[in-house]
Structure formats: C-alpha cells, structure tokens
Design a protein around this ligand. Sequence first.
Ligand code: ADP
Ligand code: TRP
Length: 325
Amino acid sequence: MKIFSGIQPTNQLHIGNYLGAIAQWIDLQKDNECIFWIADLHALTVPYQAKELQKRTLEVVATYLATGIDPEKSIIFRQSDVKEHSELAWLLSTITPVGDLERMTQFKDKSQKHKANINAGLLNYPVLMAADILLYQSNRVPVGIDQKQHIELARTIAKKFNKKFGETFIVPEGLYSKLGAKIMSLKEPTKKMSKSDSPDSFISLFDSPEQIKKKIASATTDSLKSVKYNPEKQPGIANLLTIYSLFAEQLIKEIEKEFANKGYAEFKQGLALLLIKKLKPFRDKKEEIAKNPELLKDILENGAKKARLIAQLTMQKVKQAMGLV
Ligand code: ADP
Ligand code: TRP
C-alpha cells in the first residue's frame, strides 16, 4: 500500500497533530511504502515570515525524526523541491468547479480569520492538495478529520480526470484514527486544537514539564465535578480523557474508574505527569537531532530526488492523457 501525508510548516507541532496524523504514520511505516513530506507551498496561503520558513521546515523534519519517522524506510521531502506539484495543480484546476472550492469549510474559516488576505491560493489550496496526493499514486492518506472534505474533493477530481481523459490516477482514501482524529483546544474544547491559536490552547510536542503542568492545570472544564466521558455536557473533560486514553493506551472506561471520586485537580495532575513522561523521549531526540542540521538538509535532498522520480512519471502520463505531448 502507498501511504502519503504531509504537514504545513506553520508552527511547532502539537499533540493533536501527533494523535491525529503522525501516530498513524508510525504504525503504517512498518509495512507500507510511505511518503511523509512538508507542505511549504500550502503554508504561503496565510501570512508568514519568509525568513522563518526555512527554519520551520527543518523543524518539521526534526519533529518527524524525533517522533519515529525513519528516513531509511520513508521518503521525507519538501514540497517546493518538486515542481510537479504546482504543475499538476494548474492542470487539475482546469477541471475543478469554483463552486466546489468556495464551499470548503477551511476556505471559509481562513477567509474569515485573514480578512485582509483572501488570496486565490487560499481558494485553490484543495486543488494543490489533490495534486500532491495524486502525483504519487497514493492509496491511503492518514490525516485528522478536519482534512476529510479536502480528501473527498481529491477523490472527486481523480475520478473526474480518469473519466474525462482515461484511467490515470489511483483514487485515494483518507485514513482517520478512531479516537484521535479530532483533539480539541484546551481553552475552547468545542473547537479543534490548532497551531495557529494561542499557545495556551495546545500542548506542543516539545513543551517543557512546567509548561505542560501549567497548560493542563488551566484547561477549561466544567462545574459537574465528575471525571466522565460526556462530550456534550463535559467537552473539556471528554477531550482530556481522550488524550489520556491515547497516550496511556488505556480504555476511557478504566480511566474513569481510576479517577471516580477524585477531583479534577487530581485528574489533571495525573494527565500532566503522563504527558511529561510520554513526550520526554521526543524532546530528548529532538535535542540530539538539533546538533546536526546538515543531516536534516541531506534527508530533504535525498527525499526530493526519490520524490521527483515518482512525480515525473505521473506527469508524463497526465500530459499524454491531456494532449500536451
Ligand atoms: P493545524 O490546524 O494545527 O495548523 P495542520 O493543518 O498543519 O495543523 O495539520 C497537520 C495534520 O494534523 C493534519 O493531518 C491534520 O488533520 C492533523 N490535525 C490538525 N489538528 C488536529 C487536531 N486538533 N486533532 C487531530 N488531528 C489534527
Ligand atoms: N492540508 C493539510 C493540512 O492542513 C496539509 C496537506 C497538504 C496534506 N497537502 C496534503 C495532507 C496532502 C495530506 C495529503 O494539514
């Protein structure tokens, strides 16, 4: 099976990115052909600092390695190193209705958030995303549930292209983790945890023990005073229980039992200690990797060479099919 997924270099990655996406990748890496890459072209659609982008890209590579992605097993590359992504995006945009792009939730949300910068790239984002996936003839795309609408559109575009120009693309399927596909914000537990919100609302994979304790202690809960999984009435506690369950690899029912008759403060303390313990190996590994920035650049260079070969092969097929050669 060919597995393909990427993350934008927009900020430090958080436990939502890990539980929704990366944790699945680590499992899939064992028995599949995997490509895990950095979506830097996508990151240009929202305001950013040009000077910071390269650093952030290398940081995402370091995060991949620190969490267990193995460059010997999986291809790791930077999107902008493979020009076929932009080329295919243009071609696919010619068969994508504007209406389909305008109804994307992410487009609506980001246009709302960046009113002064509603650029065409923001609207075309899902076409570039479809190009990413289809270029590598990917079978499965492991992502968080927030990306489902984009994956469905990529499927629609692939089917439409195949019908119009002849069988060219594999129609990909999204892969969503059962429990971790949507980790919520610590501050507003009815919204998803996001790197672009305030740092208090997420736990970064490299937060210090002090930061973890502080953020979990101040996470929004409720006044019901019972550690029970009830997302409707107790969204904050339900989210913390989900995080606990995934990191401890323990059923929510068991955790509820363990904390029955105990207060929220005790539960939060238990969760903070668990997170400190589980995230420590990531922090240690990242510190070690940071000593060798050349290694990260080498990985990207090697990865780009391999990625280009696959992408070029698909582009030849596409051009043939569309009458461009
Ligand atoms: P963010 O929204 O925090 O900027 P990205 O859009 O870069 O994160 O997402 C990177 C990956 O992490 C995607 O597969 C996305 O679906 C997943 N992801 C992002 N936020 C969450 C979350 N809160 N819960 C689960 N998965 C998430
Ligand atoms: N849109 C994804 C996100 O915000 C990043 C992304 C771009 C992606 N292209 C992709 C993920 C292709 C999987 C496959 O997280």
